[in-house]
Ligand binder design. Structure first.
Ligand code: SF4
Length: 348
């Protein structure tokens, strides 16, 4: 039986050879490319300017690994969580967030599950299944962009790689997906509207800075000393705070833009005024602004949301230190789409 190849993984050379063999002109490849990556087709049937003969020839040699929507939930605040199912049955979630100013942000997954097992995160509890292929990452962006256009009459304003998984542990697929997303031939998305969020895989942070210095970097710190951080983010044993600060400086030297330090406030763990002061110091040392995040409840974790009094005192210290910071309030909490909650209601 003849081998059949995933069309989206087929090399340019093999496709040129294929079109040659069946006597088609080289411009067909360009057309096929546009149908796949600019129009996001899922089958050869959809190609309206190819003859049936050509579509049949393609189907005999190639297939599409289709991504399906297995569930679609809409929050009271209009955030939408989509559970994507890939051709082997593995799943990952993407979220469309409607910002207060009408802009839309897509939160995209890069792995099915996550191997890093951060102690406050639902995805970590879901276990690790596999890295997503670049086309599966692309499919999420394409779907959410279409949803944004249909529902909100505008393209996505921002893309954040902050869904399930650690993006920098799936570096090659992440970069291949970004290449397509930013290519003017395909989605034409501006790199400066893309944020990669990581727990701090330091060697890959440097690679990312070398790849494209327009992309934004966010690092989930969540603690200001290594002992505390290792308790909640085990990979800190390898990628500790000092190494992360070094990588953030490397990134800043390439990009010239402030990095972001993400900091979830946990009650009685990292929410004291002393911790706020230490956090401001780390942000200052690493050319970063701070994004303070309210903890979103996750079942079977010992953590709780910081109380209002502690939260306000923490914020006052940051103000005193004159450090740039923002506060991210929860979106999509009722559908488990908020930060750290992805996968909390998926059954394996
Ligand atoms: S916080 Fe991020 S890196 Fe940690 S387990 Fe969750 S998805 Fe993985």
């Amino acid at each position: 039986m003849q081998d059949i190849t995933n069309i989206r993984e087929a090399s340019k050379e093999s496709l040129i050879e294929f079109f040659n063999e069946i006597g088609e002109k080289p411009f067909r490849l360009k057309q096929l490319d546009e149908w796949i990556w600019a129009k996001g087709i899922n089958s050869f049937e959809e190609i309206s300017n190819f003859s049936d003969k050509l579509k049949n020839a393609l189907s005999e040699k190639y297939y599409f690994n289709k991504t399906k929507v297995s569930s679609h939930l809409i929050s009271k605040d209009s955030s939408e969580k989509i559970c994507f199912m890939f051709s082997d049955g593995k799943v990952a979630e993407g979220v469309l967030i409607l910002n207060d100013d009408g802009r839309t942000t897509a939160c995209i997954s890069t792995q099915s599950g996550c191997p890093l097992n951060c102690k406050f995160c639902a995805t970590g509890k879901f276990g690790y299944h596999r890295n997503l292929f670049f086309e599966e990452i692309f499919d999420q962006v394409f779907f959410l962009n279409k949803l944004s256009l249909t529902k909100h009459k505008r393209k996505l304003s921002n893309i954040v790689f902050m869904g399930m998984g650690e993006p920098l542990l799936n570096y090659d697929n992440l970069i291949r997906a970004i290449d397509i997303i930013i290519s003017p031939k395909y989605l034409g998305f501006c790199a400066s509207r893309i944020t990669v969020s990581t727990v701090g895989i330091v060697d890959k942070i440097k690679l990312l800075a070398d790849y494209n210095n327009k992309i934004n970097l966010a690092v989930s710190l969540h603690a200001t000393d290594n002992i505390s951080r290792s308790r909640i983010i085990p990979v800190n044993e390898k990628h500790n705070i000092e190494k992360i600060i070094g990588a953030l400086n490397y990134f800043y030297n390439k990009s010239g833009n402030l990095n972001t330090i993400e900091y979830i406030l946990f009650k009685d763990f990292n929410d004291s005024p002393q911790k706020a002061s230490e956090l401001a110091e780390l942000a200052f040392k690493s050319h970063s602004k701070i994004n303070i995040i309210q903890f979103n409840p996750v079942e079977n974790t010992p953590f709780q949301r910081s109380e209002n009094k502690a939260f306000n005192m923490f914020i006052e210290v940051l103000k005193d230190k004159q450090i740039v910071f923002t506060i991210r309030y929860s979106k999509g909490e009722d559908i488990n789409a908020a930060c750290g909650q992805l996968a909390s209601k998926i059954t394996k």
